[in-house]
Ligand binder design. Structure first.
Ligand code: NAD
Ligand code: 3PG
Length: 622
C-alpha cells in the first residue's frame, strides 16, 4: 500500500504537468453558436447568412475541432478573426466577411510579402493567382486556420503542407461552373469562325473574307475530357449546337452521361475520333502534360483544341509543334502553364491560337456567386463548422454532425482519460476503438470520432494541436496505429452509438485497475442525457460524468470510504462535484470516481492515497 501510494504520488505530479486542455463543456444552442466556445482568440457575432438553427445540443468539440488551436498558438484576447483577401473578390462576399471579421484586401503581394504578413491572419482567401506554398504555412506560425479558394481549382495551394499544418482548405466549387462552360463554348465558336483573328484584321484596315473561312460545328464530334461540372455543362450546350458529343472521364458515372446523351469513351477513343477536344479535368500529377507529343500524334489531323481547365495539362511546346505540323489546326486557350505567359510565348503568338487571360470564371454573376460561396465557407470554417467544400478534410453532413456532437465530445474525453492512465503518458503504439451500435456501417460515420480520440490522446502529451484535417496524418507520423471495430447491438436505432470503448495495448498503466483481463488499458463510455459518461474502467463498471477533475481510487469495498475521502477533500476546501462507486462484487474491490471542482494539492492526494483501504489512485483532468 505504502509503495503503491508513493508510486502514485509521483504519477500525480506527472499528471498535473500535463498541459491544461481548453475547457469545452458549455451548453450551446445550435451549431452556428459553437463559435462562442470554439477559440480563445476569435469571437463571432451571430451570423446572418445560411445558418441553420438546430435543436439545442450539448456539444463543443464538433466545431472547435475544425480549427481550434491550443492556448499557446493563440492570443488570449477575444478579437474578431482577421482575414487576408489576396485577389479581387466580389463585393457581396466581402460584405459577408466584414460582418464577422476584419478584412484586409491586399492584392498583388509578392511571395515574400505574403509570407511576411500571413502570421497576422486567421484566414486567407485567394483565386488562382496566389501560390499558397509550404513557405506560407510555415510563415503563418500556426495562426492560419483556413485557406479559402474563391473558385474550383486548388492546384495553387499546397494541400499536403496545409494538411500537415492542420489548416483547412475550402473552395467554392459551384458558382463559376456555368461561366466556365459558357467561356468554353465562346472559345469553341470564336475559334471555329476565326472571330478574334478576323476582328484584328478588320481593325487593321483589311478585308480578308476568304482567309477567315471557318469550319462548321454541326455534326462534328466533340470530345469532352473531364466530365465533371463544367465538362457536362459544355457537353449539354455543344449538343444544342448539333455536335456529336463524347466524353472521357475515368470517374464519371455513366448514367449522368447517358442522361445528357453523351457516350463515355476511353482516352484513346476520345482523342482518335474527335474533331474538337475540350479540356475540363483538374491539374493533378496524373493529368500534368497529358497532352504531349505522343498524344497529339494519335489525334485526327486538323483537330481543334479548347482549354479552359488548366494550362499544365498540355505540354505547351508539344502543342506548338502540333500546330506547326498541322496536326492541331487551331487551339483556343484560356489557361497557361505559367500565368501570365511569357510575352514572347510562341504558343500565344501563334496565328492559329486564340487566347484569353484566364477569364473562364470572370462574369459578374459568377464572381458575386463565388465570393459569397467562399465567404460563407471560410466564415463557417472559422466558426468551427465542418465545411461541405472542405478539400483536405472529410466532409460531414450537418445533420450527421449534429447527431454525433455529444459522441464527439465523449470520444475526445475518452482519449484524454486513456492517455492519462498510461504510465509516463508515452510509448503508445496501438489504440483500438470499439463502437457498440445498432446502426449498420453505412449509417455510422466514425471518422470524426476516431479523429477526436486521436486528438484526446495526442494533445495532452505533445505541443501539437489536432483537428479533423490533420488527425490521421499526425497519428501516422507518431507511429500510432488506430484500429476500429463495430459491435452490433439490438438496441434502439435512434441513438447512433450505444458506447465507445478505447483500448491501449502494450503499455503500463499508472492505475493498474484500468488494465483489462487481456492486458490492455480499457475504458468505455456512453452518452447519457447528452453528457459523456465513463461506464467501465478495466473490469470495473462505474458511472462518472467525464468532465473536469476526477480522482479515481481503487479500494476495498467497505463502509465509510466516501465519508473518509470526502472529509480529506473538505478539510482542504476542495469541493466535490460527484462521487460514484462501482465494484466487482460486495465487500470485494471497488472503484470510486470523485469529481472535484478544484485541483487538489499534491499533499491532499497523498493523504487520500494513505487511507488504508485505498490500494491505488490517479488524478486526471479532462
Ligand atoms: N478557366 C477558368 O476560369 C475555370 C473556371 C472553372 C473551372 N476551371 C477548371 O476547370 C476544371 C474543371 O472544373 P469543374 O468545376 O468541372 O471540376 P469537377 O471536379 O466538377 O470536374 C473535373 C472532372 O475531371 C475528371 N477527371 C479527373 N481526372 C481526370 C482524367 N485524368 N481524365 C479525365 N477526367 C478526369 C473528374 O472525374 C471530374 O469529373 C478544373 O481544372 C477547374 O480548375 C477553370
Ligand atoms: O478554377 C477556377 O475556379 C478557375 O480557374 C477560376 O480561377 P480565378 O478565380 O482565378 O478566375
Amino acid at each position: 500500500m505504502a509503495s503503491s501510494t508513493a508510486a502514485n504520488s509521483s504519477s500525480i505530479i506527472r499528471s498535473s504537468s500535463i498541459p491544461k486542455p481548453q475547457s469545452r463543456s458549455t451548453t450551446i444552442s445550435s451549431l452556428s453558436f459553437l463559435s462562442t466556445l470554439n477559440s480563445s482568440s476569435t469571437s463571432f457575432p451571430t451570423l446572418r447568412h445560411t445558418i441553420s438553427h438546430a435543436n439545442p445540443i450539448r456539444a463543443v468539440s464538433t466545431v472547435d475541432f475544425a480549427v481550434h488551436r491550443p492556448a499557446q498558438a493563440q492570443t488570449q484576447k477575444q478579437t474578431r478573426p482577421a482575414i487576408l483577401v489576396s485577389e479581387k473578390l466580389g463585393e457581396a462576399g466581402l460584405e459577408v466577411l466584414r460582418e464577422l471579421s476584419d478584412v484586409d484586401c491586399l492584392y498583388d503581394l509578392s511571395p515574400q510579402e505574403l509570407a511576411s504578413k500571413i502570421s497576422n491572419y486567421d484566414a486567407l482567401i485567394v483565386r488562382s493567382g496566389t501560390k499558397v506554398t509550404r513557405d506560407v504555412f510555415e510563415a503563418a506560425k500556426g495562426r492560419l486556420k483556413v485557406v479559402g479558394r474563391a473558385g474550383v481549382g486548388i492546384d495553387n495551394v499546397d494541400l499536403q503542407a496545409a494538411t500537415e499544418f492542420g489548416c483547412l482548405v475550402v473552395n467554392a466549387p459551384t458558382a463559376n461552373t456555368v461561366a466556365a462552360a459558357e467561356h468554353g463554348i465562346a472559345l469553341l465558336t470564336a475559334m471555329s469562325r476565326n472571330i478574334a483573328q478576323a476582328d484584328a484584321s478588320v481593325k487593321a484596315g483589311k478585308w480578308q473574307r476568304s482567309k477567315y473561312t471557318g469550319v462548321s460545328l454541326v455534326g462534328k464530334t466533340l470530345a469532352v475530357m473531364g466530365f465533371g461540372k463544367v465538362g457536362s455543362e459544355v457537353a449539354r450546350r455543344a449538343k444544342g449546337l448539333g455536335m456529336h458529343v463524347i466524353a472521357h472521364d475515368p470517374y464519371a458515372p455513366a448514367d449522368r452521361a447517358r442522361a445528357i446523351g453523351v457516350e463515355l469513351v476511353t482516352f484513346e477513343q476520345a482523342i482518335s475520333t474527335a474533331d474538337f477536344i475540350s479540356l475540363h479535368m483538374p491539374l493533378t500529377p496524373n493529368t500534368k502534360n497529358v497532352f504531349n507529343d505522343d498524344t497529339f500524334s494519335k489525334m485526327k489531323k486538323g483537330i481543334r483544341i479548347i482549354n479552359v481547365a488548366r494550362g499544365g495539362v498540355i505540354n505547351e511546346d508539344a502543342l506548338v509543334r502540333a500546330l506547326d505540323s498541322g496536326v492541331v489546326a487551331q487551339a483556343a486557350l484560356d489557361v497557361f502553364a505559367e500565368e501570365p505567359p511569357p510575352k514572347d510565348s510562341k504558343l500565344v503568338q501563334h496565328e492559329n491560337v486564340t487566347v484569353t487571360p484566364h477569364l473562364g470564371a470572370s462574369t459578374k454573376e459568377a464572381q458575386e456567386g463565388v465570393a459569397i460561396e467562399i465567404a460563407e465557407a471560410v466564415i463557417g470554417a472559422l466558426k468551427g463548422e465542418l465545411s461541405a467544400t472542405a478539400v483536405n478534410a472529410p466532409m460531414v453532413a450537418p445533420e450527421v454532425l449534429s447527431e454525433l456532437a455529444p459522441y464527439v465530445q465523449l470520444a475526445e474525453k475518452l482519449g484524454r482519460l486513456a492517455v492519462q492512465l498510461v504510465k509516463g503518458g508515452t510509448g503508445i503504439k496501438a489504440v483500438k476503438i470499439v463502437y457498440k451500435s445498432a446502426r449498420g456501417p453505412d449509417d455510422l460515420d466514425t471518422r470524426l470520432l476516431r479523429a477526436m480520440i486521436t486528438k484526446g490522446i495526442i494533445e495532452p502529451i505533445s505541443n501539437m494541436y489536432i483537428n479533423l484535417v490533420n488527425a490521421d496524418f499526425t497519428a501516422k507520423q507518431k507511429g500510432l496505429r488506430i484500429s476500429e471495430e463495430r459491435v452490433s447491438t439490438d438496441s434502439s436505432l435512434e441513438n447512433p452509438i450505444d458506447s465507445i470503448k478505447v483500448l491501449i495495448s502494450n503499455v503500463e498503466s499508472k492505475f493498474e485497475s484500468a488494465i483489462s483481463e487481456k492486458g490492455d488499458i480499457s475504458i468505455e463510455g456512453r452518452v447519457k442525457d447528452t453528457i459523456p459518461h465513463l461506464t467501465c474502467i478495466g473490469s470495473f463498471g462505474v458511472d462518472a460524468s467525464l468532465e473536469g477533475n476526477i480522482i479515481l481510487c481503487k479500494q476495498v469495498d467497505q463502509p465509510g470510504m466516501i465519508g473518509t475521502v470526502g472529509n480529506i477533500l473538505g478539510e482542504h476546501n476542495v469541493n466535490v462535484s460527484f462521487m460514484s462507486v462501482g465494484r466487482t462484487s460486495r465487500r470485494q474491490k471497488a472503484i470510486m470516481a470523485i469529481g472535484v471542482d478544484e485541483e487538489p494539492a499534491t499533499e491532499v492526494l497523498k493523504k487520500i492515497g494513505e487511507v488504508p483501504a485505498i490500494e491505488e489512485f490517479v488524478f486526471v483532468k479532462l
